[in-house]
Design a protein around this ligand. Structure first.
Ligand SMILES: Cc1cc2nc3c(=O)[nH]c(=O)nc-3n(C[C@H](O)[C@H](O)[C@H](O)COP(=O)(O)O)c2cc1C
Length: 338
């Protein structure tokens, strides 16, 4: 950091996360390996391990591996609806992980308490104003405000609305913002608006250290923002958790499956329960297949609308350096204009 202006705008987020730059690499299932998390931490940003559905014994190894690769702080992201969630929660507690990020759905008040009592800071996602208020009441130490532009599982409200509803109205806890963010100019303006820092996913997924298959990286950098769409739901009887992903054959086949199941439901050929199971089974292993096998046809190509702004595959340290330099230039430019 070369000037005091960045220090000033980074202060709240940096002090909270105990890192030089309050730039978070959001947890990404199958993608946020110890290597990627450590690369972000060693570049003075904040990385998050994705617990996803990982059994606790494997997760423990991943935490230890990350600790071997970096002595800097990092977070663990727990998906409250994962089958391994409870064992992961207790693992986070006894391994004394300093930052626990709850994702997936709303954590129970008692779960937030357990983690806080272990000495960790609790960060919760907020995809609506009411969830933000509830998480603060539950004792969250910070929020991640994520707009629907983001990659992966998403809410239904845009970041521009959440900024006005939550960021501008909340002074209680540091607020990090996410969804569709790539450019340093955008980061600078979000800091000026009061964000404690920014979280990016897709940008770091398309980096040299990211483990995702080369074919997936290549498709990402050829894609436009409009290609990253949220999986639609066609019938309220068959709810779909919205996921933002690149449209491919797998995406279209899922739409066909929904139409087929709706017809079968209407004609009484299938129960709602059985239809829902078929829907849920459909995406099993699809992200892993894309990330590890390069199945870009039928795999799940989770990506934010940010994907359209990413045209290179740099090292994490380069991404961080370019961000910090760009944020600083923009803040200095604004200072001059005022
Ligand atoms: C491939 C992929 C997997 C993701 N997995 C998770 C996850 O396991 N837990 C989570 O909280 N968020 C997950 N996310 C969301 C990211 O952490 C981050 O908030 C999001 O990507 C921000 O939007 P952006 O991609 O436009 O930067 C995932 C995103 C992507 C692209």
């Amino acid at each position: 950091m070369r000037t005091n202006i960045t220090k000033k705008f980074f202060k709240q987020g940096s002090e909270f996360l105990k890192v030089k730059f309050p730039i978070l690499c959001g947890a990404m299932a199958w993608v946020s390996t110890p290597e990627l998390v450590a690369a972000v931490a060693n570049s003075n940003g904040f990385g998050c391990l994705a617990a996803a559905n990982t059994p606790a014994d494997i997760l423990e190894k991943q935490v230890n591996k990350t600790r071997e690769l970096t002595d800097k702080p990092f977070g663990i992201n727990l998906i409250t609806i994962s089958p391994s969630y409870h064992e992961q929660l207790y693992l986070s507690q006894w391994m004394k992980l300093p930052y626990v990020i709850f994702a997936g759905s709303i954590p129970k008040k008692n779960e937030v308490k357990i983690i806080k009592e272990s000495g960790a800071k609790v960060i919760c996602f907020a995809s609506t104003k009411s969830i933000a208020d509830q998480m603060i009441r539950y004792g969250a130490d910070a929020l991640i405000l994520e707009g629907m532009e983001a990659g992966g599982h998403v809410g239904r409200v845009t970041l521009s609305v959440l900024l006005q509803q939550v960021l501008f109205e909340t002074r209680d806890v540091p607020i990090f913002v996410a969804g569709g963010i790539v450019s340093p100019k955008m980061c600078a303006h979000l800091l000026l608006m009061g964000a404690a820092g920014v979280q990016m996913g897709t940008r770091f997924a398309i980096s040299e250290e990211s483990c995702i298959h080369q074919d997936m990286k290549k498709l990402y950098i050829r894609s436009n923002s409009r290609d990253a769409i949220s999986v639609p739901q066609y019938d309220a009887r068959l709810p779909v958790v919205p996921v933002r992903t690149l449209r491919n054959k797998g995406f279209d086949d899922f739409s066909d499956l929904q139409q087929k199941l709706i017809e079968q439901l209407n004609s009484g050929k299938i129960s709602r329960f059985k239809a829902q199971i078929q829907m849920e089974k459909y995406w099993n292993g699809a992200l892993k297949n894309a990330v590890q096998k390069g199945d870009i046809e039928t795999g799940s190509m989770m990506a934010g609308q940010s994907v359209g702004m990413i045209k290179d595959i740099p090292k994490v340290s380069t991404i961080m350096e370019d961000l910090i330099t760009g944020i600083e230039s923009e803040l200095l430019l604004i200072k001059k204009l005022l």
